[in-house]
Design a protein around this ligand. Sequence first.
Ligand code: BYC
Length: 496
Amino acid sequence: MSENETIRSERFVEVNYDEKIPNNVNLSGDRQLQRALEAWQPDYIDWWKEAGPAAFQDAEVYLRTAVGVDPEGWAVFDHVRMPEYRWGILLAPAVEGRTIPFGRHKGEPAWQEVPGEYRSLLRRMIVIQGDTEPASVEQQRYLGQTAPSLYDLRNLFQVNVEEGRHLWAMVYLLVKYFGRDGREEAQALLERRSADENNPRILGAFNERTPDWLSFFMFTYFTDRDGKMQLAALAQSGFDPLSRTCRFMLTEEAHHMFVGETGVSRTIQATVEAMNKAGIKDPYDVEAIRALGVIDLPTLQRKANFHISVTRDLFGSEISSNAAELYSAGLKGRFEETRIDDDHVLTNDTYPVMTVRDGEIVTEDQPALNALNSRLLDDYIKDCQGGINRWNKIIADAGIDFEITQPHKGFNRKIGEFADHYITPEGELVSAEVFESLADEWLPNAADHEFLNSLMKPVYEPGEYASWISPPRVGINNKPGDFEYVKIYSSDVIVD
Ligand code: BYC
């Protein structure tokens, strides 16, 4: 795409690539906003260079850039150097006559400006959403050094630039609608760092490490799916600019989950093929399986247990007055709010919430408004299962007796109803001592990390793949198997 090209289409909302900051929000019509964002832009690039992908800043990456905001994701693909990626501001089209779909303002026209009484509540939520985006880029900073193929390397960078774009999306809202404190928050988003002792990212899971590629795939399958659920809830918002922003972000999130699901599928595929070739039927014959240069299924389960439980904490406390107020205020809805058949006010409803009472796990009815985090978590758990079923089908088709499962909701939780309890993946309440003594069977242990590390060797030859992962079924944008997704120059791969 040429620098000065403006993309036009009758079907799509036009994205103007002519400006310093590509956008479909008529940025040039609001000089003050344009100036504020143009002032933030160099700091963003500095952040990208300092905390984004280590090395590879000069590599040419086959990236997708959105040039329209239709649900099919109208886009162009081209080799681009990442710091030159055209991060832009893209909102889904406005819905004529949209009204607030839930809460005490239900039926009133959706807000085009921030409602004064909810200003700080709204700002806090946008900041939390924004904070996760750069955090994930920081967590994945070193993965390029050990990519199992150029295809995977490209997918990593695609995810990274899109998370960068999601940061832009939230910064646009902060700067446009929240004045001086919005600008300060936008700056602070570039200053916090994942796992930094003094200035960490806000939510727990975003301060965890993403030490290897299996973690990356699990993260993009499970943690990006929290992104999907939260964005879907925010897309219902009565604050229309937030709704439109999140609706567009959801199309990008879908690709991240695809990278995660297929990454794990391809890992499983390589494992079961190698096991069958070597005549190994027992998935617990770990030493023999690892000797084949593939990842044994019990390790995969432990990785899944970790990412699933840490991500469940991102839903906040199951019982939350914050969540109740966000809903009643009309700021954050439920997953698929408009498809749910009830009054969308919920003051007289209840919702069953799992908790621990007198040493037993029980389910109790709670006021529905206070139980909204719990409900979103339940929706999330259901949403996770589809890909897991497809993973299990690969294992079953290979004739191997093993099933990947989701651990019990209370397993390894640090936030909410189960935070002070020790619960096994099967859902049994145990003492702290018993849990600690068995934790190595349930969560990735030191030997797992050591083994995974030993596999993490870069493969940068076009069309070649590390032993532990199968090639994808189809290339990006239907490119052939030996396509050079990333053009690497020798200086690119040296870590600073
Ligand atoms: N770690 O009533 P509570 C994504 C705080 S992922 C640390 O329990 P609430 C992505 C909470 O902030 C989606 N602190 O929960 C994925 C509150 O503090 P304040 C991100 C936590 O408020 C992959 C206090 O504890 N988007 O997009 O109902 C790659 C009590 O809160 C945690 C959102 O999350 C935690 N895990 O719900 C890239 C949407 N949990 O305010 C991107 C926006 C809670 O009292 N955020 N706390 O100081 C929200 O809707 C809500 O803030 C939460 C928490 C659901 C996160």
